[in-house]
Design a protein around this ligand. Structure first.
Ligand SMILES: Cc1cc2nc3c(=O)[nH]c(=O)nc-3n(C[C@H](O)[C@H](O)[C@H](O)COP(=O)(O)OP(=O)(O)OC[C@H]3O[C@@H](n4cnc5c(N)ncnc54)[C@H](O)[C@@H]3O)c2cc1C
Length: 404
């Protein structure tokens, strides 16, 4: 493993890789769920945690410039001290790096109102296979000079270049924030209620959903609850109060309980949400975890059909996630029944495409979704992707075997 401290060191490692023809696998904190930062075909892991300086926070320009190893949560804290805000909030924000977030185009609950990582990347410094250092993008909020190579690198999972510096757009920190938890007697009622809130013109920062299986794993205290919604509202104090009131009004006839929370109480509810992934281990030693996205109107039919499929196969499936933007984490939990679980996974992924969804909203392709890429991307799209990979990395030495 190499642990460079500077762009020049990254450049020298990539030059050596091209001379000696050994693979290089970029890595941030290694939290990817798809196997993307693994040296699955051997080679040198190029880990970036030591390139962890926040180089600039500029309130006038509303930008932050960071090295790739800066942990998302640390940037968030540094910005908050200056009254600023970087919205992308993967549940792994306490340990995943901005470099990894950019390379996977990470999302999170706040995607509903604020979008995902790609919406905040203005400029990058990247080191190309062979060692050339390439600045891309601008530090301005707009810029359309030529093809958008900056965005091409966002979500490229370390297969095109190593990102060594990132210029991010940031926002003023919303002065007020509030959480509203709503429990329902059924999963379907939870999704219908969410749709009613969102159709009423309210745009929460987040609208998260947990199904019955997920709730049982997290040990959620209210026993009669079979589906849960967790909303976050942010903005000026009066606007937050008004949105909360209107949302409560919409939810009252659907929910079995409603709970408003602020400060540490709200943080505890969000901790339960962030702890789902580890909590699911209780229900199965192994799992296939997908993060599919559906057009929001199709979530109820998707969930119903997933439950039918899982009951038919006799396997436990937990569905939770950023339902407000249609993104559900579908976890098939199993012990020894790998073949059965794989078959069920294929049926669920087919269903996603049948309902005009996508097979990954934020975790990317890595190794675990590679086989499914041709099901979603047409052959010409795939051949263009291969040609792009070849242009950047003609010897195929950067994170080989991932994505394509
Ligand atoms: C408990 C848990 C919760 C999670 N929740 C979310 C969530 O809510 N939303 C979400 O989007 N993801 C989530 N993830 C997945 C993961 O945290 C994200 O994909 C995250 O962005 C990865 O960051 P990392 O620093 O760990 O990168 P790594 O896992 O180390 O790497 C991820 C990919 O980026 C590449 N890469 C890393 N750094 C660079 C660089 N500097 N230059 C080029 N390529 C690079 C790697 O090669 C690899 O392909 C979660 C993971 C866990 C374990």
């Amino acid at each position: 493993m190499a642990l460079p401290r500077t762009t020049e060191e990254v450049s020298r490692i990539l030059a050596l890789s091209y001379e000696e023809e050994f693979p290089v696998i970029p890595r941030g904190a290694g939290t990817a769920t798809t196997g993307a930062p693994l040296a699955s075909e051997g080679g040198l892991v190029l880990a970036l945690p030591l390139m962890n300086r926040i180089l600039e926070i500029n309130s006038e320009d509303l930008v932050a410039v960071v090295e790739p190893g800066v942990v998302n949560g640390r940037l968030r804290e540094a910005l908050a001290q200056r009254g600023l805000f970087y919205p992308p909030d993967p549940a792994s924000f306490r340990f995943s790096t901005i470099g990894g977030n950019v390379a996977t185009c990470a999302g999170g609950p706040r995607g509903l109102k604020y979008g995902v990582t790609r919406d905040y990347v203005l400029a990058l410094e990247a080191v190309l296979p062979g060692g050339e250092i390439l600045p891309l993008g601008t530090r301005t909020l707009k810029g359309v000079m030529g093809y958008d190579l900056t965005r091409l690198l966002v979500g490229s999972e370390g297969t095109l270049a190593v990102i060594t510096r990132i210029t991010l757009k940031v926002l003023p920190l919303p002065p007020a924030r509030a959480t509203l938890a709503a429990g329902f007697a059924s999963e379907a009622r939870a999704l219908s209620a969410m749709q009613e809130v969102l159709l009423s013109g309210i745009l929460p920062a987040a609208a998260e959903f947990m199904d019955e299986v997920t709730l049982s794993a997290t040990g959620f205290p209210e026993r009669e609850v079979r589906g849960l919604l967790l909303f976050e509202f942010d903005g000026p104090e009066s606007a937050v109060a008004e949105e909360l009131e209107r949302a409560e009004e919409k939810l009252r006839s659907w929910a079995v309980f409603l709970k408003k929370a602020e400060g540490s109480e709200a943080e505890n509810l969000w901790e339960i949400r962030r702890g789902i992934s580890p909590a699911l281990k209780k229900l199965g030693a192994r799992r296939f975890a997908d993060d599919v996205v559906l057009p929001r109107s199709r979530l109820p039919v998707f969930l119903e059909r997933v439950k039918e499929l899982s009951a038919r196969e006799g396997l436990t499936v937990a569905c939770f996630g950023h339902a407000g933007d249609g993104n559900l984490h579908v976890n098939i939990l199993f012990n020894d029944e790998e073949e059965k679980a794989l078959l069920l996974r294929e049926k669920i992924l087919e269903l996603v495409l049948e309902l005009s969804g996508t097979l990954s909203g934020e975790h990317g392709v890595g190794l675990t979704k590679k086989a499914y890429l041709p099901a979603e991307v047409p052959p010409r799209g795939l051949s263009l992707m291969r040609a792009v990979k070849h242009l950047f990395d003609p010897k195929g030495l950067l994170n080989p075997g991932k994505v394509l």
